[in-house]
Design a protein around this ligand. Structure first.
Ligand code: 5GP
Length: 214
């Protein structure tokens, strides 16, 4: 199969990171693209695992050096996907799972037209807000900005291939897994298909010739 990008987006608090982590735990055909960011680490977050935490200067230097496949500003901080992350995952023949906001997803669609884009929807405004406040990590002004931005982000769902309602985590993960399995069987994603079909046709014709000779 030709490796591809699985791009997950949702408003902050939509649950895409949790879905991505559960998927990664359950399957070994996926690799998580660890994003770079200039936002400070939340408690429990580890450098190189949850994010590559960079200073603004270091981030911009890497932008200049062309090291990012995409990058965007969110809440005053910079976030981006490093080319080396995707190369590392593809080199192992795995599908790359990316957790990016909408601007970044647009950039990825432009450079990887065969990427698969999923939008994760919160079941209600109350759930979205309670997930955000439950983190206890953002001051009220930042929280308000994230919630307001969520309303804009929800309008972008039409740009995505699939929408997943994240009411029940287990169900949402199963739905994403089912989509992944179906998409991996798309003819255009199966690079080994042409030689297999060529061989199969040759063998079928050989069988036909044998029957004709009987
Ligand atoms: P958070 O600060 O809550 O971890 O992430 C804020 C937003 O940045 C989320 O919508 C998340 O999907 C997005 N984000 C995380 N990594 C990247 C990235 O590499 N590129 C882009 N464009 N957005 C990202």
């Amino acid at each position: 199969m030709t490796p591809f990008l699985l791009v997950l987006s949702s408003p902050s608090g939509g649950g895409k990171t949790t879905i991505a982590k559960s998927l990664l735990q359950a399957r070994d055909d996926l690799g998580y693209s660890v994003s770079a960011t200039t936002r400070p680490a939340r408690s429990g977050e580890r450098d190189g695992v949850d994010y590559h935490f960079l200073t603004r200067e270091a981030f911009l230097r890497r932008v200049e050096a062309g090291e990012f496949l995409e990058w965007a500003t969110y809440g005053g901080n910079l976030y981006g996907t490093l080319r080396q992350e995707i190369e590392r995952i593809f080199a192992r023949g795995r599908t790359a799972v990316l957790d990016v906001e909408i601007e970044g997803a647009r950039q990825l669609r432009a450079s990887f037209p065969n990427s698969l884009h999923l939008f994760v929807l919160p079941p209600s405004a109350e759930v979205l807000v309670s997930r955000l406040t439950g983190r206890n990590s953002e001051p009220p002004a930042v929280l308000r900005e994230r919630i307001t931005r969520a309303a804009d982000e929800l309008a972008a769902v039409a740009e995505y291939d699939y929408a997943i309602l994240n009411e029940d985590l287990v169900l949402a993960v199963a739905q994403v897994a089912a989509i992944l399995d179906a998409e991996a069987r798309r003819v255009s994603r199966q690079e080994g298909l042409t030689p297999f079909i060529d061989r199969l046709r040759r063998d079928v014709l050989a069988q036909a010739a044998r029957i004709a000779g009987d």
